[in-house]
Design a protein around this ligand. Structure first.
Ligand code: HEC
Length: 94
C-alpha cells in the first residue's frame, strides 16, 4: 500500500517537474511566437499545434532540412526529450 502511494505521488511530482520545466523553456519562445505561443504577428503560433508536427519541425530545423537561421539556433539548444516536453506543452494550450 505504502509503495503504491509513493509511486503515485512520485509520478505526480514528476509530471509537475516536467510541466514547470516546459513552461520555463517555452518562455524562450514567447518573444517571437507570442505569450503562451499565441502569435500576434506574422510568426506562426505554437499554441494548439499538433505535438508530432511540432517535434518534426524542431528536428527539421536542427538537422537543417527546414533551413531557418533563427529556428535552427533555437532547436540546437534542446534535446529530443525537450522537444517532446515543449510539444506537449504547446499542444495543450487552447
Ligand atoms: C527570434 C524569433 C524566434 C524565437 C525566439 C523562436 N522562434 Fe520559432 N520561429 C520563428 C520564425 C520566424 C519561424 C517561421 C520560420 C519559417 O517560416 O520557416 C518560426 C517557426 C517555428 C516553428 C514551425 C511553425 C510551423 O507552423 O511550422 C516551430 C515549431 C517553432 N518556431 C518553435 C519554436 C520554439 C519551441 C521556440 C523556443 C524554444 C522558438 N520557436 C523560438 C522565430 C522564432
Amino acid at each position: 500500500m505504502t509503495l503504491v502511494a509513493a509511486g503515485v505521488l512520485g509520478s505526480v511530482a514528476q509530471a509537475y517537474a516536467v510541466d514547470t520545466r516546459a513552461r520555463f523553456m517555452a518562455a524562450n519562445c514567447a518573444y517571437c511566437h507570442g505569450p503562451d505561443g499565441k502569435s500576434r504577428g506574422a510568426i506562426p503560433s505554437l499554441a494548439g499545434m499538433d505535438k508530432a508536427y511540432f517535434v518534426d519541425q524542431m528536428k527539421a530545423f536542427r538537422d537543417n532540412t527546414r533551413p531557418n537561421t533563427v529556428m535552427t539556433k533555437h532547436a540546437m539548444g534542446y534535446t529530443d526529450a525537450e522537444y517532446e516536453a515543449l510539444g506537449a506543452w504547446f499542444s495543450a494550450i487552447k
